[in-house]
Ligand binder design. Sequence first.
Ligand SMILES: C[S@@+](CC[C@H](N)C(=O)[O-])C[C@H]1O[C@@H](n2cnc3c(N)ncnc32)[C@H](O)[C@@H]1O
Length: 336
Amino acid sequence: MKQSDAGIYKCPVCLSSFSLVDTKSEGKNIIYSILKCSNGHEFSIEEGIPNFTWPEELGNIDNETRLTYEKLAAEYDKFASFPFWTFKSDENEIRSDMSNRLNLREDSIVLEIGAGDGRGAEHVAKKLGYKGRFFIQELSPSFLKKSFERLKKYDQIIEFSIANASYIPFMDNFFDAAYHFGGISTFSDVKRCLSELLRVVKPGGKVLVGDESMGPWLRESNFGKIMMNSNPLFKYEIPLKDIPLDAREVKIEWIMMGAFFILEFTVGEGEPQANYHIPIPSERGGTHWSRYYGNLEGISEETKKLANEARKKSGKGMSEWLDEIVRKAAEAELNK
Ligand SMILES: C[S@@+](CC[C@H](N)C(=O)[O-])C[C@H]1O[C@@H](n2cnc3c(N)ncnc32)[C@H](O)[C@@H]1O
């Protein structure tokens, strides 16, 4: 870890700042240390790599996934491009297209989580200039190590760490873009992961995730059945309900013959706010707001019929007519 980056990280549990304890440095790099937050949470830096893994006892799926990837790391080159061959897709084109979707500038600050052996990161790193910053995170230490060699020539702008994608150790609004490809279907807390990605990206910045998910229209086809039989991860449903409220311009695209998805959105602030208060030109009248918040109680069918006739005669919208009548009646009652 570069000494100058120590202040950038925040505690993944409580987001407070760290101080360094028992630090051993070599030149401008911290090799061993303990990052201790103001609430007492501690994370180690070993061989220059901070380990922010949280919870200490990972959820079952995350733990299994980490063990699987730890075993797979040495042989990963055999498997990594297999999905692209299967779906007659050009891996470089697909990864380059993903990096284009992040709207990067030369000085962008970017996060990749679950980065694997860095084969996707290469496409992002080459778009960043010397003023850019690229933070690369992985849950499996062996996988992360595999990316060091591949990304060596971008060393000046890259910072590596071990972390769980659902507990991201950075302050709010720090990144211009954040992304992940290939593993979200096994993350144990996808909702938290998406809301963490949104939290750490600045308003207006891009979040992108992608993974296996057979297009719903293909699931009963031979193509769908054969693929889902070979790899049950293709049965994964795109986590639409886990998209945070602050997401804007949400786009979903199926790629690789419809077997993988890309979900991307721009970071907004809060939930969308419509023009709730404009009068709705119709017999019912009122505004979106008054229709939702202005209801009082049910009335008899007979009164409703009379009210409809009277409203018609007045030429007003029902909401305006009712508002006037109820207000008058309420004021009269209160002034008695
Ligand atoms: C199929 S690999 C994809 C790697 C890389 N993103 C790529 O495009 O080649 C999935 C990666 O997600 C990582 N991963 C799985 N669960 C994770 C989690 N909860 N947090 C962070 N990374 C995770 C795995 O260790 C693995 O490296």
